[in-house]
Design a binder for this molecule. Structure first.
Ligand code: MG
Length: 348
């Protein structure tokens, strides 16, 4: 899908979420797992798509502008949701993730399933019940692939959105911080689809995190980290933004670090996906996932028509991305869910 659609703002923003995420993923691809200092040593400053160095442990051999597991698993989850929209098929999802990893190996690549996901799938196939398999999964794999849930689920009632998030990530990431972080991202995406700005989407994201934490954990630790990260962005004039995030929030694969970091970039760039992706690429740590999440949220607010069109063309060509029918399918599901909510007589 290369064209933009200025006549359908909702589709523009759904495409923005999917392709903005891919843009951030591709920008962070060559710097993933390096520290901020190492990135400066190797690349100077990242200001465009770059190829990884030849000895990069995960990304070596990829061309500049290549996406990684973040985008592939986002599209995989979208396909899975659209294949059985009435009910999320958990076992089918586990098999789909394993099939995906086999395809990665067949392609000679090294970006395999993340730590929480692989541990959960091994437990599942050893006979552990689905509600038990994800109970240690606190890394950011749930948040990194949650865009399709945000597009396909209205933001109100909030319990519908957070239930959908929990349903899709329970099998791999059944922990308070993983579900709260994925819910925050999904809420930002969903409110963006409705036309919210950065300020409004951020408020709704914090509310989603608080809703989940209160319901399943009796805590507010993750929501407080979100608030802290957003305050760093609000205070910053930009000069020390990356070092402040690095030192005060963290950039690791832990949900409680990388996802608050995303909201700092989202807020600081005021929804500019390209800038958010560049900042993530220079931040260090889990740069591709941080870039994918931050730029995906930006794209949901600003739309695909706001992305730099030359960069978008390159991204689509290098990865042969086709997301038009996926975006339309997810929006149809969103409208269906909104209608059934009304038909069921629930408060809106
Ligand atoms: Mg990745």
């Amino acid at each position: 899908m290369g064209s933009t659609d200025n006549h359908n703002p909702e589709l523009d923003r759904a495409l923005g979420a999917l392709l903005g995420g891919a843009l951030g993923d591709a920008l962070g691809m060559p710097t993933q797992s390096y520290s901020r200092i190492e990135i400066a040593d190797i690349f100077g400053a990242i200001s465009d798509f770059k190829a990884p160095v030849s000895n990069h442990p995960i990304a070596h051999g990829l061309a500049a502008a290549s996406v990684t597991d973040d985008t592939e698993q986002t599209l995989l989850l979208a396909e899975h949701i659209l294949a059985s929209p009435e009910k999320f098929d958990e076992e089918g999802w586990a098999h789909r993730l394993l099939d995906w990893e086999n395809s990665v190996k067949e392609r000679g690549l090294y970006d395999l399933l993340g730590p929480s996901t692989i541990r959960a799938l091994e437990a599942l196939f050893a006979g552990t019940l689905p509600r038990e398999t994800g109970r240690f999964g606190n890394t950011n794999g749930a948040a990194m692939r949650i865009v399709p849930v945000g597009i396909s689920t209205p933001v109100e009632p909030m319990s519908l959105l957070t239930d959908m998030v929990e349903t899709t990530c329970r099998i791999t990431h059944n922990t308070v911080e993983a579900i709260a972080s994925a819910s925050a991202v999904a809420a930002a995406i969903s409110s963006g689809i409705d036309g919210a700005g950065v300020e409004g989407a951020t408020e709704i994201a914090i509310r989603a995190a608080r809703t989940v934490e209160k319901a399943i954990g009796d805590t507010n630790l993750f929501a407080e980290r979100l608030v802290k990260a957003i305050a760093i962005a609000d205070r910053s004039d930009g000069t020390s933004l990356l070092s402040d995030i690095d030192q005060q929030i963290g950039t690791s694969v832990a949900s409680a670090e990388s996802v608050p970091a995303d909201f700092a970039l989202f807020k600081h760039t005021n929804g500019d996906a390209w800038n958010a992706g560049l900042l993530a690429a220079n931040l260090g740590g889990d740069t591709d996932t941080i870039g994918a999440i931050a730029a995906g949220m930006c794209g949901a607010i600003s739309g695909v028509s706001s992305l730099p069109q030359d960069k978008l063309s390159k991204l689509i060509a290098v990865n042969d991305l086709k997301v038009g029918s996926i975006a339309e399918g997810l929006l149809n599901l969103r409208h269906f869910r909104a209608a059934t909510k009304v038909a069921a007589g629930q408060a809106t």
